[in-house]
Design a protein around this ligand. Structure first.
Ligand SMILES: [Zn+2]
Length: 915
């Protein structure tokens, strides 16, 4: 057993030296393998230094070994490694007296339980130690590795059901050892091109682990290895990314402790081998204790299931991806191509084959089968099944009937949801839900064939918003972001939870309606299930899909029949709540939309055997991308954060083809609902938590809608169409002047104006969180009203005064933008100052004006010069000097407004003096 490969980084130095002493020749060779160089003199010096201690440890260690050579019941990686080495050391010591015959596979495994499957496993019933048997033909063959977190804590970025690394690996022989090697699948070389002979050049493979062969059968080619250290290490994948140093500013796990870690379960099937391991991380002096879900921050367990899968052998045809549709892809670059975009990206899809290939529509030979986990609340199961089966309508566009089959996991099922042979719709109720829904899948990295998927759903999705803290701290609490490396994490659950709760509150404040409440629940669940299932079919987000209908069409009762108010179920839409109940139609789309039908046709319609004709066939489908109903733009383009993206139609939390008008209506709705809430009190005997929770949500969504409006200013429409495609426009077109002006006017009116946030003061007297122990999130428990309002205004400044946005406005003036930067500055300054230039300035406006002046001062400063282009800086300077002149002469308004004007003048002078 190689000691170094599986040891944690901070391995026990003295133990290492003890083995080195007993085993010096071998150790030098090993050190060489590890790139550790040390000459013999150095080694002897070290050995002399620790010799007495080494001897003591050796004696102790031997004394603790059981006569069987086994360990204490808790299997420990280091002991296993060490034991193997001890055996070898002892046998080497005996070599001089008598050549000992190596043990056979049968001898080494005779006391162990055998578990047959893809890779045969053995487990010692007394010690729990494991061994793995590989068949001769498994060496040098490719397998798929896949990691899946069974349980964790969100503090550590690891949570139930999260998918991790997946890749191709091989097992290769290296003299008396086996090495596990991850293969690089990112490149393609045309075998007919001579340069393909250099296909390995400058591409690094990854040697994951090297382990000694314990026994082998030369006749059958079988090879046996000790596998404990392999499983208990992070050789195949990091358990989480939260380990390492403890900087104190975030929760940290510390180092992996193989002594405390254990192999929980071995599951073996003909096509896959799965090993479940509880990894224990040890941080002796944690600076952060983590949430209540962390029982003891010094010892945190994360359970991972590793699965090794046979590469499927079938007639699956890989299909090339097209950027006009949003698919999860296996990205492959063709290094033998002379194309400027030499991509051979394969989209991920299930292997669906028609039972009757001649029929226009046929059932598949093997449908995509989903199981509703037996943890699912019984009253939701029918809705979930109904939603899932809606996808079958989309599959008819690809020629399939009953492509999707849904079953319920029996309460006494002998398989669990982590079993990759089953695709499971799972429900959990986590202490700190990392999402409202998550639909991961895994595929063959060579072909894109989807092999398994799950959907994780959070019970809290239908509960309260839990935004109280945001209001009493007066600052936006961003949703917890996990695993930035995973493009598949999905936040639609947050979007639907917030929108659904808002609709629920608005409905209650409007007198309530049992039928509409029931419909709201259905629409929310349907959308969530359809969306997450879409991911598992290989689809990524389509943040442009809510462009489908106009605000008037959204209120048309006909959509209740079609079930469709969006081009796709893959967006993060604003809830379609109609302020006038007679206009209420669907809250969310409850069936796949036209984009979804088109996507499924492209991805799943049976291919033609003739390659050229197949390319033409797919091109003809993709060429429809210019149709309005098939609009597409994904996370890479969307404008969720200030300064990010540029096409305001590709956005989250928006709705309709006129998202400015729609968001304005929503802001007015929030405003009205807050005033209605001021007149409402919870039931007798209850605390006021419901009030503050609802108010926090409404204030947040008021700001969210303002953000949606702001993205139109300085926006550019992006068209993904290829040259010559029917209906295509040029790739970049600046947003029309009228739209940009409309956005500025809406912000001026509903976010910045003195009347923008006129709320009945009675509301704030009730906005009190329920007491619990000493917790107020480090603050006092009263609502921080001004900070909360300013926080929304600041978020909009973050976008409108973002350096990238301002530079883009100047750039786009060269190619058609008719709303120049100089006018944007004039309009924004007017929105912030004009309305009360001659009179009293209210407290919200005073905060707003101070903030605006601060931002301009920063732009004009040296710090600003490194970020902003000169035009923006010049306009900031000009605006500040004009404002100074107006403010210095301010004689009207109440006393506090005059004081405010003096403060602003002082701030401007300070900024200008520093120049
Ligand atoms: Zn999603």
């Amino acid at each position: 057993m190689d000691l170094f490969v599986f040891r944690p980084v901070f391995f026990d130095f003295y133990r290492w030296l003890r083995v080195s002493f007993l085993h010096s020749k071998r150790s030098i060779a090993l050190m060489h393998d590890q790139g550790i160089t040390m000459n013999r003199t150095d080694l002897w010096k070290l050995l002399l230094l620790v010799l007495p201690l080494s001897l003591t440890l050796s004696v102790n260690a031997l004394a603790h070994d059981t006569p069987e050579g086994g360990e204490t019941p808790d299997v420990k990686a280091e002991e296993v490694s060490e034991k193997a080495s001890d055996d070898e050391a002892e046998s080497e010591a005996g070599e001089e007296e008598e050549e000992e015959k190596p043990k056979t596979i049968a001898e080494l495994t005779e006391e162990m339980d055998r578990i047959d499957g893809l890779f045969t496993l053995f487990r010692d019933p007394k010690t729990g130690a494991t061994k793995m048997l590989l068949q001769g033909d498994q060496l040098n063959s490719e397998f798929i590795y896949f990691k899946h977190t069974m349980n964790g804590v969100t503090d550590a970025g690891a949570f139930t059901g999260s998918y991790g690394d997946q890749y191709i690996f091989t097992i290769e022989r290296r003299f008396d050892k086996l090495q596990f090697v991850r293969q690089n699948t990112a490149y393609y070389f045309d075998p007919d091109n001579a340069i393909s002979r250099a296909s390995q050049a400058n591409i690094s493979r990854a040697v994951l682990a090297v382990t000694a062969i314990a026994a082998e059968n030369e006749e059958t080619g079988e090879v046996l290895i000790d596998s404990d250290a392999l499983f208990l290490s992070e050789a195949f994948a990091n358990v989480t990314y939260y380990g390492g140093d403890d900087p104190g500013d975030r929760f940290t796990l510390g180092g992996l402790d193989p002594e405390k870690s254990q192999i929980l379960d071995l599951r073996n099937y003909p096509e896959n081998t799965a090993v479940e391991v509880e990894y224990v991380f040890n941080n002796p002096k944690p600076k952060r204790g983590g949430s209540d879900a962390v029982t003891d921050a010094r010892n945190v367990s994360i359970t991972v299931r590793h699965t090794w899968i046979e590469v499927p052998e079938n007639d699956y045809q890989p299909r090339f991806a097209d950027a006009r549709l949003g698919s999860f892809n296996v990205q492959v670059t063709d290094l033998t191509s002379t194309d400027s975009a030499p991509y051979r990206d394969l989209l991920e899809r299930w292997h669906l084959v028609k039972k009757d290939p001649s029929a226009e529509i046929s059932d598949p030979v093997e449908p995509i089968t989903w199981w509703i986990e037996n943890t699912t609340p019984i009253e939701w199961r029918d809705l979930i099944m109904g939603a899932a089966l809606e996808w079958n309508k989309a599959f008819e566009h690809a020629g399939f009937s009953n492509a999707m089959v849904v079953k319920v996991q029996p309460d006494d099922a002998d398989w669990d949801a982590g079993d990759i042979r089953y695709n499971v719709l799972r429900w959990t109720s986590s202490p700190r839900p990392p999402f409202g829904g998550y639909g991961p899948s895994f595929s063959n990295p060579r072909t894109g064939q989807l092999l398994g998927a799950d959907i994780m759903l959070e019970y809290s999705f239908l509960n309260r918003s839990k935004l109280t803290r945001e209001l009493i701290q007066g600052e936006a609490v961003e949703p917890m972001m996990l695993g930035g490396h995973d493009a598949r994490l999905c936040s639609v659950g947050h979007a639907i939870a917030e929108g659904g709760l808002m609709a629920d509150i608005a409905l209650q404040m409007d007198g309530g309606d049992a039928d509409i409440e029931e419909q709201l629940k259905r629409d929310r669940l349907y959308y969530l299930i359809l969306h997450e299932l879409g991911h598992t079919l290989g689809m990524n987000h389509n943040m442009k899909a809510t462009q489908l209908l106009s605000p008037a069409q959204l209120a048309d009762p006909e959509v209740l029949e079609s079930g469709v108010i969006s081009g796709s179920v893959m967006d993060y839409p604003a809830v379609n709540y109609a302020p006038d109940r007679d206009d209420q139609t669907l809250f969310y789309t409850i069936a796949p939309g036209p984009y979804d039908d088109w996507y499924i046709e492209y991805a799943y319609s049976p291919g033609l055997s003739n390659a050229d004709r197949e390319v033409e066939r797919l091109e003809a489908i993709a060429a429809r991308s210019t149709e309005h109903a098939l609009s597409f733009g994904n996370d890479a383009d969307d404008m969720r954060s200030p300064g990010r993206g540029m096409d305001p139609r590709v956005n989250i939390y928006d709705n309709s083809s006129d998202s400015i008008a729609y968001a304005s209506t929503q802001m007015k709705l929030m405003h009205d609902t807050l005033n209605k809430t001021a007149k409402w009190t919870p039931d007798e005997g209850d605390s006021y938590e419901d009030v503050v929770d609802g108010v926090a949500l409404l204030v947040r969504l008021w700001g969210t809608n303002a953000g949606v409006i702001s993205r139109w200013i300085g926006g550019v429409y992006v068209d993904r169409a290829v040259v010559g495609q029917e209906g295509a426009t040029e790739p970049f077109r600046p947003v029309e002047r009228e739209r940009q002006k409309a956005a500025m006017a809406a912000l001026s009116d509903q976010l910045f104006s003195p009347e923008a946030f006129e709320i009945d003061g009675a509301l704030w007297r009730q906005a009190a969180p329920e007491r619990r122990g000493f917790e107020h999130g480090g603050s006092t428990e009263d609502p921080k009203i001004h900070r909360a309002v300013l926080s929304s205004q600041k978020r909009v400044f973050d976008h409108l005064l973002n350096s990238t946005v301002l530079k883009r406005i100047t750039d786009t003036e060269l190619y058609g933008n008719e709303y120049p930067l100089v006018e944007v500055f004039e309009d924004l300054t007017d929105a912030v100052f004009a309305a009360d230039a001659r009179g009293s300035v209210n407290s919200f406006r005073r905060n707003l004006q101070v903030e605006y002046v601060d931002r301009l001062a920063m732009m004009a400063s040296e710090e600003g010069a490194s970020k902003y282009h000169s035009t923006a800086q010049a306009l900031a300077v000009l605006t500040l000097s004009e404002l100074r002149e107006q403010l210095a002469n301010k004689r009207r308004g109440d006393r506090v407004s005059q004081a405010h004007a003096k403060l602003l003048v002082m701030n401007i002078d300070r900024a200008m003096d520093n120049e």
